[in-house]
Unconditional design. Structure first.
Length: 732
C-alpha cells in the first residue's frame, strides 16, 4: 500500500510549474508569497505538491528569477519592461496583442492568455524568443475588460445545481458557469444573454448570471435580438425616455419662427430611398439671376429638441447611431422625433439647421450662410422618381418607379430644379475626383422579405445620378461647415470626420490580388494612388470580381473616425470635413450643430478633452453598429441559402487560408467556406505567396479570384456559418 501511495505521489507532478509560479508572482509583483499561498492559488494541498513548490521556489531564487524578501516570502524580480495593448484572439485560442510600442503585433500562446478575453486591454511582457518570426509575449494583468456580456446557448446540467453557457462567439474560448438560481428560468437549449460576475483564481471558467432569455435558437426574432445583444446594442427605448420624448412640445410657434430665417416660401423638396420613414435632409432651389443660384441644404434641427443634460440626450449619446439591420431600423431617437417632429415630411413646416449657398454655373461657391431656419417641404421624391426626371429630362414620373404606383406629372418648377441641381452636382463631382477623391460606389446586397421576414429574393442597390446628386450637396454642407469653423483663429474645438492615407503594405497586397485579374495600380504619389484606384473601380464594374475588388479596396483604406484633431479626409480629398447632415441617426451631427450654433453666437472654444472623449465613444458605437449590420446580412444570406441546398452555384474565390477557401456566389453575393478537409481529390496545402491551395499530387491550384462551382453543404444560422462543397473549377 505504501509503495502504491509513493508511486501515485511521484506521478502527481505539477505541470508547467516554473511558468505558473512566475506568472503568479509577476501578476501581483508588488506582493510577496510563501509556498502555502502559491499552493492555495494552484488549488493543491497535498505534501507532494507543496514539496514541488518549495523546491521550485528555491531553484528560481538560485537562478535569480525571483527574490526572497524575508524568510519564506518570495517576490518577482522585475527585470522586464511591461507594456499595454489590446488583445485580438483567434478562434484557435491563441492571440496577438496590438501595442503602439512595437511595430508588429505580439503573439500570445493560449497558455499565456491568463484569463484575458478578446478585445481586453491588457498588460504584458515580451519574451526575447520569437514564435515563427513573431515576437512572443505573456499577459500579466487585465487592465480593462472589453465587454462583460455574451450571447450563447445555455446547457442545464441534469440533476445538478448549475448550467453552462456556450458562447456564440468563436473567439470566446471557454464556457461560462452559471449557478442554477441565476439562470432566470431559462430552458435547456435557450439562447441567452449572460453577464460575467467573477472568475475565481482556481476556476477554469468564469462565473456568470443570465440577464435575458432571448428565445429558441434559429428563430428569426431570437437571432436578430442576439446580434444586437452580442454587441451590447439596445432594441427598445427605456419607458422614461419614450415618456420624456412624448411630452416635448413639437409645435411650430411664431415665437420660435421669429428667431430663425424664414425659408418656407422657397421651393423645397426631399429625395430619399423609397422605403424611408425619416427624412433628415431637404434641398431648396432658387434662381437668382446673373448666372447665380441659391441652394439650401436643410437639415432637421434635432438639437432644438434634444437638449444637453436630459435623459433623451443621454440615451441618444449612449446609442450614438441608428442601426440598420436587414429587417428593421433601431433608431437613435424615439419615433416621435425620428419619424415625426424631426422628419422633413412633405407639406409640413419644420425647424431646420441650414447651409445656404450662392452657386454659379460652374458650381463655384460665391457666398455661404449657416444658421437656424424654418422650412416647408413642397414634395417628397424617391431616388427612382428623381432618376426618372433626370433621365427623361421631363416632369413625368412613370408607373414603375412611382411611390403611388401610378404615373403622374410632378411640378415643372421642381423638375427644372432637379435637372439644374443634377448638372451642378456633376460638376462638383468631377472637380472632387480631379482633386484626388476616391469613388467607392460599392454594391449593397438587399433582400426581398415576406411578412414573416423570410428572404424571398436578393437584389443589389447601386448609386445612380439621383443618389449622387444628394451625396454631392450633403458633402458640400459637411465640408463647408467644417471649413468655416476649422479656419477660425484662434482655433476652436470641433467634431471632424477624418480619414488617414492608406497603408502601404495593404496597397501592395491589393496589387497582388488585382493582378490576378489583369489590373495594375500606380503607387508613385498620393494623386496617382487615388487615380489608379478610381480606374480600377471603374474597370471592374459589372465584372465577376467587382464585389471582391470593391471590398478589398475599401479594406486598404484607413478607417474613418471622429476626432477633434483634424487631419483631413483622404478618401474625399477634403482638407476639412465633418458630419452635419444626419442628426436624426448620428450623434456626432448633433454635436456639430450645437458647436456651430455656439460659435455663431460668439461662444468661446468648447473643451477639447470632453469632445474628444465623445468622438471616441461615437467612433466605437459606429464600429459596433457596423458589425451588427454585417452579421444581420450574413444571417439573412444563410437563411436565403437554406432554400437552395440542391442547387449548384458559380462563384469566385474571395479568400484563401490554411483551413480552406472562401467563395462568393456571383448571382447573390453570399459567401461561404469550403473546408480543406472537404477537398477530397487531393491533399491540399496553403501557399500564402500565391493566395492559393495547391494539391500535392495533382498540382491542382485553387487561387484567389478563380471561378468555381459550389453547392451548399451546411447552413448554420446560430453560428452564422455557410459551408460549401467544391464541385470544381468553372468553365465558360
Amino acid at each position: 500500500m505504501t509503495r502504491k501511495k509513493k508511486r501515485r505521489s511521484r506521478n502527481n507532478k505539477i505541470s508547467n510549474l516554473t511558468n505558473t509560479i512566475l506568472s503568479i508572482l509577476k501578476k501581483e509583483r508588488n506582493k510577496t508569497f510563501n509556498y502555502k499561498q502559491i499552493a492555495s492559488k494552484l488549488g493543491v494541498n497535498d505534501a507532494s505538491s507543496r514539496n514541488q513548490i518549495i523546491k521550485k521556489l528555491a531553484q528560481l531564487k538560485a537562478n535569480q528569477e525571483i527574490e526572497e524578501v524575508e524568510r519564506g516570502k518570495f517576490k518577482a524580480l522585475v527585470t522586464t519592461e511591461y507594456h499595454t495593448g489590446i488583445l485580438d484572439l483567434s478562434s484557435k485560442g491563441n492571440g496577438y496583442v496590438i501595442c503602439d510600442d512595437f511595430e508588429e503585433d505580439i503573439f500570445i500562446a493560449s497558455n499565456n492568455i491568463n484569463k484575458a478575453l478578446d478585445g481586453d486591454e491588457v498588460e504584458f511582457y515580451a519574451y526575447r524568443r520569437k514564435h515563427r518570426g513573431k515576437q512572443e509575449g505573456e499577459i500579466t494583468n487585465i487592465i480593462k475588460r472589453a465587454k462583460s456580456e455574451y450571447v450563447g446557448t445555455i446547457q442545464i446540467q441534469d440533476k445538478k445545481n448549475f448550467a453552462f453557457v456556450v458562447a456564440d462567439s468563436a473567439k470566446m474560448y471557454t464556457d461560462i458557469f452559471v449557478p442554477i438560481n441565476k439562470t432566470k428560468r431559462a430552458q435547456d437549449g435557450d439562447k441567452v444573454l449572460v453577464t460575467l460576475t467573477d472568475w475565481p483564481e482556481n476556476a477554469s471558467s468564469p462565473y456568470g448570471k443570465v440577464v435575458e432569455v432571448l428565445g429558441k435558437p434559429g428563430e428569426h426574432s431570437t437571432e436578430i435580438h442576439s446580434i444586437l445583444a452580442e454587441y451590447g446594442l439596445p432594441h427598445e427605448f427605456p419607458y422614461e425616455v419614450e415618456a420624456y420624448a412624448n411630452k416635448l412640445d413639437t409645435s411650430i410657434t411664431q415665437e420660435e419662427i421669429a428667431k430663425r430665417r424664414d425659408m418656407r416660401k422657397d421651393l423645397t423638396f426631399t429625395i430619399d430611398p423609397k422605403d424611408a420613414k425619416d427624412f433628415d435632409d431637404a434641398l431648396s432651389f432658387k434662381v437668382l439671376g446673373n448666372g447665380l443660384y441659391e441652394v439650401g441644404i436643410h437639415i432637421a434641427d434635432v438639437s432644438h429638441y434634444v437638449k444637453p443634460d436630459t435623459i433623451l440626450d443621454e440615451e441618444a449619446y449612449e446609442r450614438a447611431t441608428s442601426i440598420y439591420l436587414v429587417d428593421r431600423v433601431v433608431p437613435m431617437l424615439p419615433e416621435v422625433l425620428s419619424n415625426g417632429a424631426c422628419s422633413l415630411r412633405p407639406h409640413e413646416e419644420k425647424y431646420t439647421f441650414s447651409a445656404v449657398f450662392k452657386i454659379n454655373e460652374n458650381s463655384e461657391i460665391k457666398n455661404q450662410w449657416f444658421g437656424r431656419t424654418v422650412t416647408y417641404s413642397d414634395a417628397r421624391f424617391a431616388y427612382e422618381e428623381a432618376q426618372a426626371v433626370i433621365e427623361s429630362k421631363s416632369n413625368k414620373i412613370p408607373t414603375e418607379v412611382s411611390l403611388t404606383g401610378e404615373a403622374y406629372y410632378t411640378d415643372q418648377k421642381i423638375a427644372d430644379a432637379i435637372l439644374k441641381l443634377d448638372e451642378l452636382a456633376k460638376k462638383m463631382r468631377v472637380r472632387r475626383m480631379r482633386s484626388g477623391a476616391i469613388s467607392f460606389d460599392k454594391v449593397e446586397v438587399k433582400f426581398h422579405l415576406d411578412e414573416e421576414a423570410n428572404p424571398t429574393g436578393v437584389f443589389f442597390k447601386t448609386s445612380r445620378d439621383a443618389n449622387k446628386l444628394i451625396e454631392e450637396f450633403m458633402l458640400l454642407a459637411n465640408k463647408k461647415v467644417a471649413e468655416f469653423i476649422g479656419k477660425q483663429n484662434p482655433k476652436k474645438t470641433f467634431v471632424y470626420r477624418v480619414h488617414d492615407q492608406p497603408d502601404d503594405a495593404k496597397l501592395s497586397q491589393l496589387q497582388t490580388v488585382v493582378g490576378r485579374f489583369g489590373h495594375k495600380l500606380n503607387f508613385k504619389d498620393r494623386n496617382s494612388i487615388a487615380s489608379s484606384l478610381n480606374k480600377l473601380l471603374v474597370d471592374v464594374e459589372g465584372k465577376k470580381e467587382q464585389n471582391l475588388v470593391d471590398t478589398l479596396a475599401i479594406r486598404t483604406m484607413a478607417k474613418a473616425e471622429y476626432t477633434t484633431q483634424n487631419i483631413g479626409h483622404y478618401g474625399l480629398a477634403f482638407q476639412y470635413y465633418s458630419h452635419f447632415t444626419s442628426p436624426i441617426r448620428r450623434y456626432p451631427d448633433v454635436m456639430a450643430h450645437r458647436l456651430l450654433q455656439h460659435y455663431l453666437d460668439g461662444g468661446k472654444s468648447a473643451s477639447e478633452d470632453i469632445y474628444e472623449e465623445k468622438c471616441k465613444h461615437s467612433s466605437n458605437m459606429e464600429y459596433l453598429a457596423t458589425k451588427a449590420e454585417r452579421d444581420s446580412i450574413k444571417y439573412m444570406q444563410i437563411r436565403f441559402m437554406q432554400d437552395h441546398q440542391d442547387e449548384e452555384f458559380r462563384g469566385v474565390i474571395s479568400g484563401v487560408t490554411d483551413w480552406g477557401i472562401y467563395v462568393e456566389i456571383i448571382s447573390n453575393k453570399c459567401e461561404g467556406m469550403v473546408s480543406v478537409r472537404d477537398m477530397k481529390d487531393d491533399t491540399y496545402d496553403f501557399d500564402k505567396d500565391y493566395y492559393a491551395m495547391i494539391g500535392r499530387n495533382t498540382h491542382n491550384m485553387y487561387q484567389l479570384g478563380d471561378d468555381v462551382i459550389v453547392k451548399v453543404k451546411n447552413t448554420d444560422l446560430i453560428k452564422k456559418h455557410l459551408d460549401f462543397y467544391l464541385i470544381g473549377k468553372a468553365h465558360d
